[in-house]
Structure formats: C-alpha cells, structure tokens
Design a protein around this ligand. Structure first.
Ligand code: ZN
Length: 212
C-alpha cells in the first residue's frame, strides 16, 4: 500500500458492507460477517431464470441493502455493486451477457427517493463489467414494496412492467442481465424477464445483491 492509500485508509477506513464496522483495507466485509454471512457459492434458479447473487437473503444483508436503499449510503451501494460484478464474472460468465438493465421503480417513487437503487447497482456493476446499461422497462403504480407484497397476497396481482417505447430496437437479440437488489420468490424478475423477451431479448439472467 502506498503512502497515499495508507493515509486515506486511516482517514476514511473501509467499512464492512454488511455491518458497517471497520474492515481491512480493500476487503468487502469484516471477518465476523465473512464467517456468519458467507457469500453464496453458486448460481441459483428462480422461475426458470439463472440468478447470480452475492449473499443469501438474511437479516444482515437486508439491513445492509436498506442502508443503501432508504438512507442513501451510496458508498455501501457501490461496494455492493463491485461484489455483484465479481460474483457475475465468476458464476455468470457462460451466459455471455452483452448488456445490463434494471428493475424499474414507479416514476413517482423514484422522484421522491431521488434514485432507484437497482438502476444505480446496474450502472456501477456495468462499469465494473464494462457492459452498457440499457433503460428498457417502465413500471406502473406507486405501491411500496410491503404494500405490493400485501396486494400480491390479496389479489394474486403483480406490479405492471412494460417495455419503454423504443425498447424493441435496443433489446432485440441481446443477452441481458437484469439487476435488482434482492430476489426472493423471483416473481418480479420473472415478469420483467418476460417483458424483455417480448421486446426481443434473446436471453435474460438476473444479478442481485441477495437472493432467498
Ligand atoms: Zn461486518
């Protein structure tokens, strides 16, 4: 480590993505989190889709995602995206992705929050993987995640995703990596993937920070 890096590490120590405690320079996580919440070892299948995620869906991970998602901790988000890109490079290579896209938020909600965490993760992971990020989908409604979960249960309904105008031109023949922060049942990414395929995508796989 050069003197500049050493100085920076002293002034702004690296924080563990998962718990926020000081971590070793260049490390994503502190030893305790590495032990208690080890990363997933292989890709998963959800709703017939290849899903690569860094961590299992556990409390420690969901609160880390929440710090980024609701409290705007962009540094944590960027580190998370770096881990996602690394997991993809190791486990998703055979898929041959040529571009990224992300699960959209309802526009009203994105305006309120000021950003869409899935869009940011896709942009940062795209930089790491040297792949373009395409904006392909729109989402209707302004329901919060928990309201959506409730409406899923009540009506068996799903949030409405549609290809944006011009998506067909951009998506045609592409092998697309769809980014979201957390994948649980895979319902959301399945609907998005179906829309991307309808728009002409050759194949869709999923990259997330956590998957259950
Ligand atoms: Zn930690």
């Amino acid at each position: 480590m050069g003197i500049l890096e050493r100085g920076k590490a002293l002034l702004w120590p690296e924080r563990c993505i998962l718990c926020g405690q000081v971590a070793a320079y260049g490390a994503c996580c502190c030893p305790r989190c590495r032990r208690e919440t080890p990363p997933l070892e292989g890709a998963l299948q959800r709703s017939g889709l290849l899903v690569v995620a860094v961590w299992p869906y556990e409390d420690q991970v969901t609160s880390a995602v929440a710090r980024f998602k609701f409290r705007g901790d962009k540094k944590a988000g960027r580190q998370m995206a770096r881990q996602m890109a690394q997991a993809w490079a190791e486990q998703g290579r055979d898929f041959g992705a040529d571009s990224l896209t992300f699960v959209p938020m309802p526009p009203e909600r994105e305006r309120q929050r000021g950003y869409n965490q899935a869009r940011l993760l896709a942009q940062w992971a795209g930089e790491e993987l040297n792949l373009p990020v395409l904006e392909l989908l729109s989402r209707e409604g302004v329901l919060m995640q928990h309201e959506m979960a409730a409406s899923f249960r009540k009506k068996g309904g799903r949030p409405v995703f549609r290809p944006l105008p011009g998506a067909e031109r951009k998506a045609a023949g592409r092998r697309i990596l769809l980014v979201d922060d957390i994948v649980t049942t895979g319902g959301t990414v399945q609907v998005c993937a179906a829309q991307l395929q309808k728009a002409g995508a050759e194949a869709v796989a999923v990259l997330a920070a956590a998957a259950g």
